[in-house]
Design a protein around this ligand. Structure first.
Ligand code: SF4
Length: 406
């Protein structure tokens, strides 16, 4: 058997790492956190985002340089409100949280040992490695069943492998151990009013909590424990109604875990995506001696356009490049949202969809089904619109008459 002409896994890894370093340019990779990892699960089909995130390109800086700066993030007011609410829930050894776990979730917790892993050894001077080692030791001792090993672990520092690099997850979470199982507790400052919360915010919180569940499961599995010791039900704590009183609900994050695993696996198999890109592709801003980028924004735009994107309105809340990609996607059906893209499969441009709806274009074979739907929708609209307009005019007239009579 000969091995001439083949490459080992290590050779390939080195090749991929070198290619990613070229794409990133002469800077270190941008670090992920739970929010950025959670964002990977939104729009997982976008190759542009997958390549840039795997390479660790600073998308925020890139977006600003091509003149489409990112416009999302929490306001100072929202941050202060979130911190105040978290402090209230965790005051006095997390007394309020324990009351919630007992009363709202009916958990028979006899007594509670509370460990604040963020401050025990001096948060300011500890490196992430030291804090991670301490959190890991404490959680593994608890997983091994030590009765004296604690119940509530406040702000454990966790870690996850993302695209071949260890990412420390800044502590924003509590691990709660009950009858041998861990639950992740997420404290959020958006309100639950009459038992209902903004679904988009609940969904974002669930994905972030899933990142922590995955990190804890991998830590346990790496030490020979059953990863299922970390429950897929996470505890979400939010202000109730319009007060500052907390309430708690259980959220099942199994679906988010599956998406997250899939996306992280995809990032470690980036070779196929890289193979489709020009070999010289780079997002290096090539700074001069004063740190000012020497490349033109246009050349960065060309580099961005060399990677396929899959813009959807959802990008606006999760990706730094959203404003660039939105302009680029103008006129495409995908820009109308995921459901429009799926319903209009095979019809890429809005003008084509309109032409098919009006019967001005003959659909290709793969467009036939979507074209029939479009023509049907256009016919219904034409039938109903005059009636709706007349009804609105009649209602406006009646309201005017009533006002005059009053
Ligand atoms: S904003 Fe652009 S790069 Fe980011 S996920 Fe959306 S399409 Fe992809």
């Amino acid at each position: 058997m000969t091995t001439t002409g083949t490459s080992t896994g290590t050779d390939r890894d080195v090749g991929v790492a070198e290619r990613l370093a070229t794409i990133r340019g002469g800077v270190g990779p941008k670090r992920h956190n739970a929010r950025t990892i959670a964002a990977l699960t939104r729009n997982p089909g976008c190759a542009r985002r997958a390549v840039l995130d795997t390479a660790g390109v600073d998308k925020q800086r890139l977006a600003a340089y091509v003149d489409f700066p990112a416009r999302f993030g929490q306001s100072q007011f929202a941050l202060a409100r979130g911190n105040a609410f978290e402090a209230l829930v965790l005051a006095s050894g997390a007394a309020e949280l324990v009351r919630l776990l007992r009363e709202r979730l009916g958990l028979p917790i006899p007594e509670v040992a509370y460990d604040d892993l963020a401050t025990v050894t001096g948060r300011e001077k500890d490196t992430p490695e030291v804090r991670y080692a301490r959190s890991r030791a404490q959680l593994l001792r608890a997983a091994a069943g030590g009765d004296d090993a604690g119940t509530l672990f406040d702000h454990p520092l966790l870690a996850l492998e993302v695209a071949g690099q260890r990412v420390y997850l800044e502590p924003d979470v509590i691990a709660f151990r009950h009858e041998g199982r861990f639950h992740v507790v997420e404290i959020k400052s958006f309100a639950v009013v009459d038992g209902q919360a903004d679904p988009a915010k609940v969904s974002a919180a669930a994905i972030q909590a899933a990142v922590y569940v995955l990190a804890m499961r991998e830590m346990l599995a790496g030490a020979g424990h059953d990863p299922e010791l970390v429950a897929h039900d996470v505890v979400l704590v939010c202000p109730r109604d319009f007060s500052n009183r907390p309430t708690a609900v259980l959220v099942d994050v199994r679906r988010q875990l599956a998406v997250l695993r899939r996306q992280l696996r995809r990032m470690t198999r980036v070779e196929a995506m890289l193979a489709a890109l020009p070999p010289e592709l780079t997002f290096d801003l090539a700074p001069d001696a004063a740190g000012v980028p020497t490349r033109s924004p246009e050349s960065l735009v060309d580099a961005l356009q060399a990677i396929d994107a899959r813009y959807a309105p959802d990008c606006l809340s999760v990706c730094e490049l959203a404003y660039f990609c939105r302009v680029e996607a103008r006129g495409r059906t995908a820009a109308l949202g995921t459901s429009a893209r799926e319903e209009l499969g095979g019809i890429d441009r809005v003008e084509t969809a309109l032409g098919l709806a009006r019967g001005e274009l003959t659909p290709a074979e793969e467009q036939a089904e979507a074209a029939a739907l479009l023509r049907n929708a256009a016919r219904l609209r034409a039938e109903l619109l005059p009636t709706a307009v007349a009804g609105a005019a009649e209602a406006a007239g009646a309201a005017g008459a009533a006002g005059a009579a009053g």
